[in-house]
Design a protein around this ligand. Structure first.
Ligand code: HEM
Length: 488
């Protein structure tokens, strides 16, 4: 009897080992590194997955697969593979992989970022396309952005000679731009860190931070429902706190609807007939998706300029030729091709969401002769694509000139440059992001000289990127500013 028990236990154990250790990957997946039991290829990720994925692509090809915990993930790393995902199979691969921390039911249902391409998503995209980010709307709000850029200059003038963490000032400026575009109010008081809408500011910081922290349940979804570390609960709480702040304002606006038009996003959304839940979710996501990404882009732009005085001179020369002694305005931007090429080059080397936002296969499909199983997560490595020597001449050299004689743009048609993604889920805020990234860079170059803090040289400037949802520099860029003569 005892022998039989031992035999049964041993057999069960071997069976268990077999299921754990066997390569349970579906057949005909794109090639990839062999996964270890349980953790899969998680240990190979490091803190810069986009860089590790670029190395894996060299070994396994432009479309490879791996296992992150129990999740099957496919990564596209060439313009051709990106076009397959974002264009040819865009519809079937248009699902989003929703990070476990953000699976807050009421939010996902009303979300533009996380929902499927369902009727709600179509409605929100339509509002973005036909109301919020039209050329007319963008032009009509240009004075707001210009005024906030001037405030930034005034604030920085007061900091002359001091060491400044530039991303913080740019982020505050962007949050205020958004506050004014959305509901005609400042959120940050640049002069007084305890001023402005302190609670909204704090809630937004907290939420962005949560977006950047790892949740083990993303690799082992079996843990997802349990919310073992309370991350989903924490996100739900912060979202509610943000909605409570906006709730008061929305109520006021609904009460005064029609009496005083402000031409801001809230007015537009109320007129479009959206309910409070949809408005809350959309406003939150515009803040979330728009501020950190753009602040990161500008921080990288200033970093590259710090290393390349010749590029600064070229931007300045163009500004002098086009704008003269006047303050640069958004209406000048179309006449500043070198500045635009410079921002493109920044986004080529430093896309703020290096792996875009993860997509999900809605059905099993065939891509480049490989099988992508239903529910598989798909990432597109925009960072690797922007540095691919097969596509780019001298790819690691920062050279805005490369775009002066080329039509390649980041609007989603050229898959070698996709910092804003592509296909039906392409970033809807692209026209706005492009506008204020160019404006703020031009304003800083026009108004300031800057250098690194004493004792630091450009060779020490870290060009290394840590991975989060976005790619702010780590460590952040510190500079010392000197004002130039200007009319502001
Ligand atoms: C430099 C700045 C920005 C970059 C690089 C950027 C990049 C991206 C990327 C890569 C995606 C995913 C696209 C895909 O799945 O193919 C995305 C989505 C999105 N972005 Fe941006 N973004 C920026 C600024 C903005 C701004 C200013 C806004 C709004 C005001 C915004 C709103 C959104 C929204 C709502 C989505 C989700 C779209 C959807 O899932 O349908 N972004 N962005």
């Amino acid at each position: 009897m005892e022998v039989l028990s031992i035999a049964i236990v041993s057999f069960s154990f071997l069976l268990f080992l077999f299921f754990i250790l066997r390569d349970s990957r579906p057949k005909n997946l794109p090639p990839g590194p062999r996964p270890s039991p349980i953790v899969g290829n998680l240990l190979q990720l490091g803190d810069k997955p986009h860089a590790e994925f670029a190395k894996l692509a060299q070994k396994y090809g432009e479309l490879f697969s791996l296992k992150l915990g129990s999740q099957t993930v496919v990564v596209a790393s060439s313009p051709a593979a990106a076009a397959e995902i974002l264009k040819t199979h865009d519809k079937i691969l248009s699902g989003r992989y929703v990070f476990q921390s953000f699976r807050v039911k009421e939010h996902v249902e009303n979300s533009i970022v996380w929902s499927e391409c369902n009727d709600n998503w179509k409605l929100l995209r339509k509002v973005c396309r036909t109301e919020l980010f039209t050329p007319k709307m963008i032009e009509s709000q240009s004075e707001i952005r210009e005024a906030k850029a001037r405030e930034m200059v005034k604030f920085l003038r007061g900091k002359e000679g001091e060491v400044v963490k530039i991303v913080e000032v740019v982020f505050g400026t962007l949050v205020n731009i958004f506050g004014n575009l959305i509901f005609s109010k400042d959120v940050f008081d640049l002069e007084d860190p305890t001023g402005g809408s302190v609670e909204l500011k704090e809630h937004l910081w907290k939420l962005l931070d949560m977006g950047n922290s790892t949740n083990p349940a993303d690799y082992f979804p079996i843990m997802g429902k349990l919310d073992l570390f309370g991350q989903r609960r924490a996100v739900a709480e912060v979202l509610q706190q943000i909605y409570d702040v906006w709730g008061v304002m929305l109520k006021e606006r609904r009460g005064t609807k029609g009496s005083e038009s402000k031409n801001d996003f809230v007015d537009v959304l109320l007129n479009a007939g959206l309910d409070d839940q949809k408005i809350n979710a959309l406003l939150m996501e515009l803040f979330g998706a728009g501020t950190e990404t753009s602040a990161s882009t500008i921080e990288w732009a200033i970093t590259e300029l710090t290393k390349k005085p010749l590029v600064v001179s070229k931007i300045r020369l163009e500004l002098v030729n086009v704008v003269g002694d006047n303050t640069v305005k958004e209406s000048d931007l179309p006449h500043l091709p070198y500045l635009q090429a410079f921002v493109k080059e920044t986004l080529r080397l430093h896309p703020p969401t290096p792996l875009l936002l993860p997509r999900r296969a809605l059905e099993t499909c065939t891509v480049m002769n490989y099988t992508i199983p239903k529910e598989c997560q798909i990432m597109v490595n925009a960072w690797a694509i922007g540095r691919d020597p097969k596509t780019w001449d001298d790819p690691l050299n920062f050279k805005p000139e490369r775009f002066l004689s080329s039509d390649v743009d980041y609007k989603g048609n050229d898959f070698e440059l996709i910092p804003f993604g592509g296909g039906r889920r392409i970033c809807p805020g692209l026209p706005l992001a492009s506008q204020f990234s160019n404006l703020i860079v031009a304003t800083l170059v026009q108004n300031f000289e800057w250098s690194l803090p004493q004792g630091m040289s450009t060779s020490e400037l870290s060009m290394d990127e840590k991975f989060g949802l976005t790619l702010q520099k780590d460590p952040p860029l510190l500079i010392v500013l000197k004002a130039r003569a200007s009319n502001i």
